[in-house]
Design a protein around this ligand. Sequence first.
Ligand code: DP6
Length: 330
Amino acid sequence: MMNKNRPVIARAHTNIALVKYWGKQNENLIIPQNDSLSLTLDQFYTDTTVTFDPTLTADAVLIDNEVAQGSDYQRVVDFLDIVRQKAQTPDRFFNVNSVNHVPTAAGFASSASAFAALAAAASRAADLKLDLTELSRLARRGSGSASRSIFAGFVQWHTGNDDETSYAEQYASAADWDIGVIALTLQKSRKKVSSRQGMQLSVTTSPFYSEWIKLANSDIEQIKQAIDQHDFTTVGHISETNALRMHALTLSADPGFIYFTGQTIEMINEIRQLRKMGIECYATIDAGPNVKVLCQKENASKIMTHFNQLLGSENVIYTTPGSGIEYLEK
Ligand code: DP6
């Protein structure tokens, strides 16, 4: 029996990769080239309501209270097609209402929390009973990084080699960890080269790509050890070097492309300067110009004050580790 007309609401938080996913071995199934490891964040999340509506002849999608159109709409429909196929209900259509509490200003991609929330709400609205591993595999089909947003704390996405074996799971809780992330907003507009295009170009044209895979694999092993030992210094160091190596793939692609702006480089230098002054913090950067600063509680307010002065306090947001997927009652 379908859950006729009963809205299902799911909340998923975004995550920041400390060891990045940057390249697919299977574009269609979104099987990555290497394991990645992230931290789920509390302050940024997506709430998605999905309702099965027997009167619909096509999916109806609202994103941030606007009717989704074009490729944004198609991406949701393609994802719902996977859900329909799994549920063996090809002619069921859904009302989707997705609200991102991820300030675009913070420069976090909302696709991780968006597809994690959609996977959870749509699968339940379609009466699919998925465990968390299956939910992670489903979310992966929408956006690779979404596979990790199903879980709280430190999360590892296992590369795998097919749909069955490529999923994320919690590596360790962050509840007893002293770690926070300060998001610095340098630019609010949508990126010109999507992560999807950017990673594909890197895999096919960067001469350093095979080296990246080797390094990412060893970064995974080392960061897991550092997490076990509550060694913030090593976690921060690996995160910063891994992020810059990912960006080296964009620089070395052909045609090359650059997510950094001049200000991105300035912020990396600021972070290194703070470190020299004994204020420990590390940079990580996704497929855009904005910089995230990893730090510990004792230093957070000093670092915030520093960047508030440089960027204005509206462009500096502090976040802490967050929870995994949740269902909300209306
Ligand atoms: C740089 O998950 O957005 O944030 O699977 O094509 O949807 P698709 O890509 P996406 O890529 C995220 C790239 C990254 C690194 C990471 O989150 O691991």
